[in-house]
Write a protein that binds this ligand. Structure first.
Ligand SMILES: Nc1nc2c(ncn2[C@@H]2O[C@H](COP(=O)(O)OP(=O)(O)OP(=O)(O)O)[C@@H](O)[C@H]2O)c(=O)[nH]1
Ligand SMILES: [Mg+2]
Length: 518
């Protein structure tokens, strides 16, 4: 499984290939330009307010500072403008009938050792099905030895794939399940297959876009979309070049159309970054006030859909929380007050879920959100232990945490929670021991015994035996006698035995009059 690399968002976000100067392009898609901005309810404020409300409920002091601060810092309309302008073309429009291709790398550095192609395909299907009006029409796992090449597959497999896609009626898009396609590959595929082509990055971003409610999430998504816009710009430029219109200068400005578009994108990026920086400052303020009020903060994190929101709802009774069976249902960091058994109040922080194989740009864009994790007093790592990929998901989460440079004290004290045990049909068993120091071994032996008894279909019974009969010696021979409590006056004993169902049947037949005591 590929490690998610976390880079601080101030570092360069884009791969070098996207930064090469080029010549010209048509204007960027502006499907929403000119429309009045959609004013959605400001859940960012509402959420801050919900946490503030909790503080108020707890008798804390006024919260006007945050509200004023927020109002001064960033207008809703400014965020909406950034969010609604320049949506990457193609993906956001209506419904899609998707053909999924998973390139299965057989060996080399890109081979996935921790997972299987089938499970990766299942996750890709999950991503598509998360989206309203998107359906999977067909899917294929195809092996490749050359994932780095423009066409990803060898000649034979590429032809086979093209035949399949063209032969499937109604396909409107192909989802190539790699983290990021180069703009050259994207262009090649779109030309060959005649439909839109998406990679994991663009699909996940689209899910984010559909779920975003708060200013911060919208800005982070707008920032993460910039590499997509740059790729599209490159492809559009290549189209224009073919028509011979590439390198023309715009009316004496000394800039080609492409350079103008590049500059506009750069300016847009700067605006988004500075808006995010304002929100980051506000977040910092909220954090310091939390500290000031001395409510410990517990960040609840884990793979997407593992049940973080459900858990916080259960711990706090906050009916405002809405868990959904959807990947990336939570995109906004929210804070919810809960009480511990000693009546101590803690603030649970609901966080955005993790996913394997996300390009680092996406994580970068959400770095401000993830900063909350670093500043908490305790981490709770929720795992969906009913998921077939639960072990890989854990490895993935731990990788991200490592790269986030979380303080050791937080990683050491992190509580791992196994969720969805109701779907397992059994209780999960975890025993803490030190084999070297011989700690916890009695508990381990008890757990082993309990499970062995269960798995071999044996029972632990208390049987009353008559000491003048051969019952006791029979039990010593046919079962495991654990304990014998003798009643000398009655000439009897209560014998604790581990006995198989068959042996118990024979015992009852032989010594009919015996009473079984449990
Ligand atoms: N059977 C079962 N389902 C659960 C449990 N906990 C959560 N779920 C379900 O799992 C789905 C995802 O739950 P959420 O709480 O939204 O998960 P999340 O980790 O917050 O997900 P994201 O915000 O999308 O990353 C929902 O359909 C929940 O009802 C559980 O203990 N058992
Ligand atoms: Mg959630």
């Amino acid at each position: 499984m590929k490690t998610l690399r976390f880079v601080h968002s101030r570092l360069p976000l884009f791969p070098r290939s996207c930064q090469r100067p080029a010549v010209a392009c048509r204007l960027l898609p502006t499907s929403h330009r000119g429309q009045p901005p959609v004013l959605q309810s400001n859940r960012s404020l509402a959420l801050s307010a919900s946490s503030l409300k909790n503080w108020k409920d707890l008798g804390s002091s006024s919260h006007t500072e945050e509200e004023e601060e927020d109002g001064d810092l960033l207008e809703e309309t400014e965020v909406e403008e950034l969010f609604q302008q320049h949506v990457p073309a193609g993906i956001g429009q209506g419904q899609h009938r998707v053909f999924i291709v998973h390139p299965d790398v057989k060996w080399g550095s890109r081979k996935q050792y921790l997972t299987t192609a089938e499970l990766m395909m299942a996750e890709a299907e999950g991503l598509v099905n998360t989206l309203d009006n998107w359906t999977v029409v067909d899917k294929i796992i195809l092996s490749t030895k050359t994932p780095e090449k423009k066409k990803i597959f060898g000649k034979g497999n590429f032809q086979l794939l093209t035949g399949k896609i063209r032969g499937t009626p109604g396909v409107t898009a192909v989802f190539v399940n790699v983290d990021r396609l180069s703009s050259v590959s994207e262009r090649e595929f779109e030309e060959t297959w005649g439909v839109k082509v998406f990679d994991r990055y663009s699909v996940v971003l689209h899910i984010f876009r559909c779920n975003a409610r708060t200013k911060e999430a919208k800005l982070q998504i707008s920032l993460a979309e910039i590499p997509l816009l740059r790729s599209r710009l490159k492809n559009d430029m290549a189209d224009l070049d073919q028509q011979g219109g590439g390198a023309r200068y715009i009316g004496g400005s000394g800039e080609t159309l492409y350079e103008v578009q590049q500059r506009l994108l750069k300016e847009r990026e700067t605006r988004i970054r500075s808006a995010l920086e304002k929100l980051r400052r506000k977040r910092h303020l909220l954090r310091s006030q939390r500290k000031h009020r001395e409510f410990p903060t517990v960040s609840v994190l884990g793979y997407t859909n593992c049940g973080k929101t459900t858990l916080i709802k259960a711990l706090t009774g906050d009916s405002g929380l809405q868990p959904r069976n959807q990947l990336f249902a939570t995109l906004d960091v929210t804070v919810h007050a809960g009480q511990l058994p000693s009546h101590m109040t803690v603030l649970y922080v609901d966080t955005i879920g993790f996913l394997s194989q996300l390009p680092h740009q996406l994580i970068d864009s959400f770095s401000a959100t993830l900063e909350d994790i670093i500043h908490s007093d305790l981490l709770v790592h929720v795992r969906d232990v009913s998921h077939p990929e639960t072990v890989n998901q854990k490895a993935n989460v731990l990788n991200v945490l490592r790269n986030l440079q979380i303080p050791h004290r937080l990683l050491d004290s992190m509580i791992e929670v196994h969720n969805k045990i109701d779907l397992l049909g059994r209780e999960p068993c975890a025993v803490l021991i030190s084999a070297l120091q011989q700690r916890g071994l009695d508990e381990l032996k008890r757990a082993v015994e309990q499970e062995v008894v269960k798995s071999t279909g044996k029972q632990i019974l208390d049987l009353r035996v008559n000491l003048s009969s051969p019952q006791l010696s029979w039990l010593y021979k046919e079962a495991t006698v654990q304990d014998v409590q003798v009643n000398a006056e009655e000439g009897s004993a209560v014998v604790k035995v581990i006995i198989s169902a068959a042996a118990h049947g024979r015992y009852k037949k032989l010594f009919e009059k015996l009473r079984t005591m449990k």
